[in-house]
Design a protein around this ligand. Sequence first.
Ligand SMILES: NC(=O)c1ccc[n+]([C@@H]2O[C@H](COP(=O)([O-])OP(=O)(O)OC[C@H]3O[C@@H](n4cnc5c(N)ncnc54)[C@H](O)[C@@H]3O)[C@@H](O)[C@H]2O)c1
Length: 257
Amino acid sequence: MKAMDFTGKSVIVTGGARGIGRAIVNAFAEAGADVAIGDFRLDEAKATALEISEASGRHVVAIHTDVTKLEDVHHLRDETLRLFGKIDVLVNSAGWDKLLPFVKTTPDMWDRVIAINFKGVVHTCHTILPHMSERKQGAIVNLSSDTARVGSFGEAIYAASKAAVIAFSKTLAREHARDKIRVNAVCPGLVDTPLIEEMKQDEFTHKILDSIVNFIPFKRLGRPEEIAAMVVFLASDAASYITGQAISVNGGLNMVG
Ligand SMILES: NC(=O)c1ccc[n+]([C@@H]2O[C@H](COP(=O)([O-])OP(=O)(O)OC[C@H]3O[C@@H](n4cnc5c(N)ncnc54)[C@H](O)[C@@H]3O)[C@@H](O)[C@H]2O)c1
């Protein structure tokens, strides 16, 4: 489909070293885009970039970025512009979570969750939107979560940070529609990624995550590429009339409309 062709486009994916972000990098490269991965796992990001670049024939690069640090995000923008000359699409997939009942959480944890999941998105959007506004084109897709829409046991601050991402995305969509920039959020349910594997090392989390699978109508976790497909669609011209939306990809776990 021509509207889903990204030949000649330049894409930034934060958190692209692994998990959902990696699948997003792969999907954009397969669709013809050049991709810059902004991730603080630099070795993993470099390996991902090399593998996807070799398979797709596209330029895929890894740029060390901690999204909680504004200066790193400025560097990510500057390097991408130096290498590719423009930024057509920004995808924010960097994220982090740890399950714990709210009263057992600590201020350090609140700060970390909010810094990565919400402020990281604020940093990239604030840094890259002026470039997109000047060119009067662009698409931003932010990874939120179904937890933002329905709440989730043991994820009070995480769910709140992801709800902030939705409200933030909707506001940017309103402010930048005149610049022909579309901003949307994708809300995954439970997806099989390294993050989920790491979280399952904890017994409490293991029990909760295993029990959730029974409530998924498809009775399985999502695959990263199933989230990537929605992200690429929303960033593409096929979604030219879609902005300010939060769209779940969750195997039917929640049906919130
Ligand atoms: N896996 C799920 O079930 C699920 C569900 C809902 C939402 N999400 C969201 O999807 C996104 C991807 O999650 P995932 O499961 O693929 O996680 P993951 O841990 O497998 O991958 C996340 C990537 O983000 C990077 N990252 C983390 N903190 C960073 C920082 N400060 N700066 C730069 N990079 C950073 C990591 O290095 C990693 O490469 C996250 O935003 C997550 O909250 C995941």
